[in-house]
Design a protein around this ligand. Structure first.
Ligand code: PGA
Length: 249
């Protein structure tokens, strides 16, 4: 079953007022591709302005706290993201798993809280290079999913999984299409085991060094239902060719 593709940009710690015009340009250009869902996940402080600059376009956060409110200095709740105009959030990005020492159970709490609040979730998983070299990439990623998938059942409109090999993020290296196919098939089987038929409708994005020049080849792989794009999402001229590739398959 071919699912409608989702191409989401992850702006990471990039973006100030001067970049709102670029966000508007990406939103405008994306409207030409009616068959593809497009979103930009921007720094929390930019969400409200980005949502105003791009009315009707999906703006998201990059992380969320699991609690509704409370004594959590510097953190952002699901309700705050929604209130600012976000429709979705990334959880469990490997940069946060590394730098903020987020565990699978933290990611599970975040994904459960965000979905309960009405935010869609892109939940990231992915192995490190040494794990792939040891031949343990698939079981490692499936264990991450076991630990991090939300408690409640989730539909394809609410939840997407992003498979992002850590060694492919920002490096220009990508797995072979056979490696992507193997991992995405294993993730699909896990989602169906967990959510029954609903698991067949949950999109599985590939992330890590996706560019206009490699997107079509990646999107042609079975069970690749879109992409999570970092560096190449910052400029419309780099990002829109990826959206176009998603529209073409
Ligand atoms: P990249 O980042 O596209 O720059 O490799 C992807 C990501 O971290 O989501």
């Amino acid at each position: 079953m071919a699912l409608r593709k989702l191409v989401a940009g992850n702006w990471k710690m990039h973006g100030v007022s001067a970049d709102l015009a670029e966000i508007a340009a990406i939103a405008d250009a994306s409207r030409r591709y009616l068959g593809v869902d497009v979103a930009l996940c921007v720094p929390a402080i930019l969400i409200e302005r980005a949502a105003r600059a791009a009315p009707g376009f999906a703006i998201g956060g990059q992380d969320v706290h699991h609690a509704e409110r409370g004594a959590h200095t510097g953190c952002t709740s699901s309700q705050m993201l929604l209130d600012a105009g976000a429709r979705l959030t990334i959880v469990g990005h490997s940069e946060r798993r590394d730098a903020q020492r987020e565990s699978d159970s933290d990611v599970k709490a975040k994904s459960t809280a965000a979905l309960s609040c009405g935010l869609a979730v892109i939940l990231c998983v992915g192995e490190r290079l040494e794990v792939r070299e040891q031949g343990a990439a698939v079981p490692t990623v499936l264990a991450q999913l076991d630990g991090a998938l939300p408690e409640r059942s989730a539909s394809g409109a609410e939840l997407a999984i992003a498979y992002e090999p850590v060694w492919a993020i920002g490096t220009g290296k990508i797995p072979t299409t056979a490696e992507i196919a193997e991992m995405h098939a294993a993730i699909r089987a896990k989602l169906v085991e967990r959510y029954g038929d609903g698991g067949a409708g949950i999109r599985i994005l590939y992330g890590g060094s996706v560019k206009g020049s490699n997107a079509a080849e990646i999107f042609a792989v079975d069970n690749v239902d879109g992409a999570l794009v970092g560096g190449a999402s910052l400029k419309a001229s780099d990002f829109i060719p990826i959206v176009e590739a998603a529209a073409g398959v």
